[in-house]
Design a protein around this ligand. Structure first.
Ligand SMILES: [Mg+2]
Length: 219
């Protein structure tokens, strides 16, 4: 850990948090068939796992990778994202994206906005001639519903001595509640925190995270 490192990590969900829309769902709605849309809805109801949803949908997309990428190039970011990244850089905080979506589109969208080289934890897709290969490098059988086990990554940073602030909006974030030291929440994630009486700072745009910043306790 270098001298300037203030031993804080800011870990941020991607879909619906960094971007204004859920990118996988938008891809399914635009390029998926009825089976794919049904799988999306089953995932949203908590009935199927992320690996199952991705493995159902991506082989059925009626678009080539390039067509999907043209769509990705229209996805807007939360306007406060740049401010959040700079806030972390100025304070020497570690910043990473934690996603139950796909590294493929996360890195493409971030690169388009000039955010190369950010740390990303996500599921992987490889487009081959004969189809797609999906893999889940951060999967944990103890958390079977998710491709990426976000609480494990939060704990990794805590084991290095860092206090962790987590920012999220959805169902794939709920297991982080009670694990990260400070939570910024909106949408379904905020509902979950409220239902379980887990303290979370509500936000609707990322600029509010910077404006309402609370330093996580160090480990
Ligand atoms: Mg999300």
């Amino acid at each position: 850990m270098n001298q300037q490192d203030r031993a804080v990590a800011v870990l941020c969900d991607f879909d619906g948090t960094v971007t204004q829309i859920d990118v996988t769902n938008a891809l399914y709605l635009k390029f998926g068939d009825e089976v794919c849309k049904a799988a999306m809805n089953r995932w949203l109801r908590g009935e199927i796992t992320t690996p199952r949803e991705l493995r159902t949908c991506f082989p059925r997309m009626h678009a080539r990778k390039e067509e999907m990428e043209a769509f990705l190039d229209t996805v807007p970011l939360d306007p406060g994202f740049e401010r959040l990244v700079w806030f972390c850089r100025e304070r020497g905080y570690r910043f990473a994206v934690l996603s139950d979506g796909l590294r493929w589109y996360i890195e493409r969208i971030l690169r388009r906005y000039g955010f190369d080289g950010l740390t990303v934890y996500a599921n992987e897709i490889d487009f081959q001639e004969d189809g797609v290969r999906l893999s889940f490098p951060y999967h944990d059988p103890a958390l079977p519903k998710r491709g990426t086990a976000k609480p494990n990554i939060v704990r990794r940073y805590q084991r290095e001595g860092m206090g962790v602030a987590f920012i999220g909006d959805g169902l794939s974030d709920v297991e982080v509640a009670g694990v990260a030291d400070v939570l910024y929440a909106k949408g379904r994630f905020l509902e979950h925190c409220r239902e379980h009486e887990i303290p979370a700072i509500p936000f609707s745009e990322l600029r509010e995270v910077v404006e309402n910043w609370r330093e996580p306790r160090l480990h």
